[in-house]
Design a binder for this molecule. Structure first.
Ligand code: ADP
Ligand code: MG
Length: 551
């Protein structure tokens, strides 16, 4: 009919689809986890919407997810009666990938020959359907709207979209299964046993009922146990269950690095189930990325990305906090003012930091992974979270001249400090090799002093605001007067000053306004001269950063 339109996928979306069609991901079962996860999110959103807007004409009678199998037609349909999508939403949510940095991500993916790790880090969601289907049909009606939308695609560059008059509220996704998947029983996604097995393995904890028709027809049966993991006793939950739950809340495809459980009883009761991921999301340092802790109240989902529960510098922590004593219509404004929430957040933060600390002691490899993925974000906390500064410093590691391969903690540095060494020396810059070739280091190395080599932009910012570490001052080797020799005022130095006075004044004249002062130094051993900043000057890297920001 004339109302059918054919539209093109956005180019990033097209590239991702190609990856899914040619299935770089070996575990195809995950497509169902993704569709069920979306259906569950849609039911969460519907409940919230209906709660917020009592006049909304929506059906919240029997929220559930149906899995409908048609062996003869070789289709599998995942249907929910959740929030649904408008036509515009279908086009923007399904036809494009709005996450910033996607193009960059895809470039990396190509370089790495479509590494599974990377795709997991990105989270492909709905497109996972194309691992098992050669055509996907989606019919949806947004709750409260009269008409629906039908979308269909083979995943090859374009899709069709058309209005439909009659459509039930919510979304149904029908997969026309690829023929090759029938050959092996393993891949028979039109088999009830297989589908039920996958649901139990990946989606058991989903709070909404997931129903499947029995082989012989009859009433659909709920196949998931629907138990919230955080409400079950710790010993009862298996590692696999935690992993699958993590994948649902985080949209990550890789198992978590560490699982953190916490609960409080008494006047303000809550349970928390948090995760440290194994990989930083590709958008960890992009402005529109989200924080990962969901708030529930008495088992009911309230909001995603609850920033009141986790500070910015721990934005990579994923999971759920279920508070028993909040009202279901709690808002961000209320959360911001609530003293109990502030206490809870303090405790969650301390628990995350102490978990990392115990990784250091008990699972050094996990700690190394954690630090290389998230250290840069964690160090933001040295500026933002003064109360926990010591705890953050305790779990921080830095490159140093002590060992080219290994990072050091500050405690390790202090332990190695030489007799008579008063300060913790550091140098900031763009890369380790640039720092190692810097003339500023020479005298320190010659004296056998260890110097921290700080190469993250954030390092420039926190070193200036941390007055002391373990009773030692942090001292830049590139700034001001660093007296390596106690004998600064001896006859010898005076004599040398006189000897070089002519040269110094000639240099001062030649360099003019470019420098403040030219002076003799004891800091160099092999280089003839170097530029040092004043104690309170910006470092070269910071200067560059500010210039880049147009200041
Ligand atoms: P993600 O779930 O990580 O956002 P997906 O590719 O799985 O990515 O889904 C993209 C978006 O499409 C979702 O964020 C949601 O807005 C929308 N969507 C997908 N499935 C459904 C559904 N069953 N009901 C309503 N909206 C959906
Ligand atoms: Mg999804």
């Amino acid at each position: 009919s004339a109302t059918v339109e054919t539209l093109e996928f956005q180019s990033e979306a097209r590239q991702l689809l190609q990856l899914m069609i040619h299935s770089i991901y070996s575990n195809k079962d995950t497509f169902l986890r993704e569709l069920v996860s979306n259906a569950s999110d849609a039911l969460d959103k519907l409940r919230l919407e209906a709660f917020r807007d009592k006049d909304l004409e929506v059906d919240t009678e029997d929220p559930h997810i149906d899995l409908v199998l048609d062996k003869a037609a070789r289709t599998l349909t995942v249907r929910d009666n959740g929030i649904g999508m408008s036509r515009e939403e279908v086009v923007s949510l399904i036809g494009t990938i709005a996450k910033s940095g996607t193009a960059e991500f895809l470039r990396k993916l190509k370089e790495n020959q479509g590494s599974q790790d990377l795709i997991g880090q990105f989270g492909v969601g709905f497109y996972a359907s194309f691992m098992v289907a050669d055509k996907v049909t989606l019919v949806t009606r947004k709750a409260g709207e009269p008409g629906g939308t039908r979308w269909e695609s083979t995943g090859e560059g374009t899709y069709t979209i058309e209005p439909v008059e009659e459509a039930p509220q919510g979304t149904s996704v029908t997969l026309h299964l690829k023929p090759e998947d029938t050959e092996e029983h393993l891949y028979d996604y039109a088999s009830r046993a297989k589908v039920v097995e996958i649901v139990r393995r990946y989606s058991d904890f989903i709070t909404w009922p997931i129903r499947v028709e029995p082989e012989d027809g009859g009433e659909p049966e709920t196949v998931n146990s629907r138990k919230a993991l955080w409400a079950r006793s710790q010993s009862e939950v298996t590692e696999d269950e935690y992993t699958e739950f993590y994948k649902h809340v985080s949209h990550d495809w890789t198992a978590p690095l560490e699982t953190i459980r916490l609960s409080a009883e008494g006047a303000f009761e809550y349970q928390a189930l948090l995760f440290l991921p194994q990989r930083a999301p590709f958008d960890l340092f992009m402005r529109d990325r989200k924080r990962g802790v969901q708030l529930y109240v008495k088992r009911v989902f309230i909001m995603d990305d609850c920033e009141e529960l986790m500070p910015e510098y721990l934005r990579f922590v994923k999971g759920v906090v279920d508070a028993q004593d909040l009202s279901l219509n709690v808002s961000r404004e209320i959360l911001q003012r609530d003293r109990q929430i502030q206490l809870m957040r303090r405790r969650l933060v301390r628990k995350v930091l102490s978990t990392v600390k115990s990784l250091m002691a008990d699972k050094p490899e996990s700690y190394d992974t954690f630090w290389s993925e998230f250290g840069r974000a964690v160090k933001e906390g040295l500026l933002d979270d003064v109360d926990n500064r010591d705890a953050i410093l305790d779990i921080s590691s830095f490159a140093s001249t002590n060992d080219p391969e290994k990072l050091t903690t500050l405690a390790g540095y202090v332990e190695r400090m030489k007799e008579g060494q008063e300060h913790i020396y550091y140098m900031t810059g763009e890369s380790r090799s640039a720092l190692e070739n810097s003339p500023h280091l020479e005298a320190f190395l010659a004296k056998g002093y260890e110097v921290l080599l700080l190469t993250d932009a954030i390092d420039e910012m926190w070193v200036g605001s941390v007055p002391e570490v373990k009773g030692k001052k942090l001292q830049s080797v590139a700034k001001g007067q660093v007296d390596l020799d106690a004998d600064a005022d001896t006859d010898e130095t005076k004599q040398r000053a006189e000897e070089f006075a002519g040269l110094l004044s000639w240099m001062t004249e030649q360099l003019g306004d470019a420098v403040k002062e030219v002076r003799l130094s004891s800091r160099l051993t092999t280089s003839p001269a170097c530029v040092v900043g004043d104690e309170y000057d910006l470092t070269p890297t910071l200067e560059k950063m500010y210039r880049a920001m147009g200041q």
